[in-house]
Design a protein around this ligand. Structure first.
Ligand code: SAM
Length: 177
């Protein structure tokens, strides 16, 4: 299983980014999002979307992100533009994930050095500055090698029926008729 830890965000600037980190984590195969610091009050939308469109997706908060990372039993990956290129380490990370849980840490503001030290892998999705949402999406797609696109959703109230043109959202029971 994959947990995403969102380190705090800059109040007034990053609220929607935090929501998008959660929604992207859910859509692309993570099972749990943990919000830390000021990001802790941005759980509502992710809970709401999970209730409507299905899970599994646990939404949690922590007041002690450093302790959470330190004590995580599994492989810790920190996404940072300063890290090793994803294309060089993705195989090793996939092997580690096959053996146990993975924690994926994304920042917002300056990330404490302890995180770099504790991480088993500091991973760059390019070594260019961009966005936590983009790096998370590319990372998860590489980790799952595209299989996340076929994810099955448990207990949805609403299901999108994909179509060439138009929008159709139905009850899951209607879909099978
Ligand atoms: N200036 C901050 C620092 O020194 O750590 C980073 C700011 S960046 C907008 C916010 C987050 O996006 C980072 O903590 C990292 O998780 C992610 N990020 C940005 N660019 C990235 C890249 N090229 N590869 C991986 N993650 C990246």
């Amino acid at each position: 299983d994959v947990t995403v830890l969102r380190l705090g965000h800059r109040p007034g600037r990053d609220e929607r980014m935090t929501t998008h980190v959660g929604l992207t984590a859910r859509a692309l195969g993570a099972d749990r999002i943990v919000m830390a610091g000021s990001a802790r009050d941005r759980t509502d939308t992710i809970v709401d979307i999970t209730e409507r469109f299905g899970g599994p997706m646990a939404v949690e908060t922590t007041a002690e992100p450093k302790g959470f990372i330190r004590n995580f039993e599994g492989t810790v990956v920190h996404l940072t533009m300063y890290g090793e290129p994803i294309q060089d380490v993705e195989g090793e990370i996939r092997d580690a994930h096959a053996d146990g849980p993975l924690l994926l840490v994304v920042g917002a503001e300056k990330v404490p050095f302890e995180v770099y030290e504790r991480a088993d892998f500091n991973v760059g999705v390019t070594n260019q500055p961009h966005s936590e949402v983009a790096s998370l999406a590319v990372f998860l797609d590489r980790l799952f090698e595209g299989r996340e696109l076929d994810r099955e959703w448990e207990d949805p109230d609403r299901v999108v029926v994909p179509m060439e043109t138009g929008k159709r959202v139905v009850d899951p029971d209607e879909r099978t008729e």
